[in-house]
Design a protein around this ligand. Sequence first.
Ligand SMILES: [Zn+2]
Length: 149
Amino acid sequence: MLQYTFEDMKKMDRSHLGDMVPLELFRTIRLIGLNQGLPLGGKGTTLTIGRKIGESLPAATVEELLMLFESLKIGIPRIIHSDEYKINIAVEDCFCKGLPSLEEEKMICDLEGAILEGSLTKILGRRVAVKEIKCNATGHEHCEYEVKL
Ligand SMILES: [Zn+2]
């Protein structure tokens, strides 16, 4: 079966509307479509989708991945802690910034964490687990992921 690649996604030929879609469309797909449209908040499905996206990204190093994360305008990531067991990645200007908080405990950037997980698993050549530990939507100062190595 023929499958699209990330390289294919960059091939665009739209004369009037160009290569951008508004952030509200991305948010709508993410939060109303996936999160609210799927059973159980789309938990397992979102993880599967995110990992698949992460594996498809053309990043060979952690630095390349972080640069890609920013150029795709998901957010501006930076490593705030790194040791042999874990890496903490803070994300400023995350796609969720400015959204109202609905539930005190509900972090909403699970897809983005799964994208990191899929890509890091490929880059590092072993299974890593990424957990969302802070989110703008739960009143934190930024979104943050903990990568268990
Ligand atoms: Zn967030």
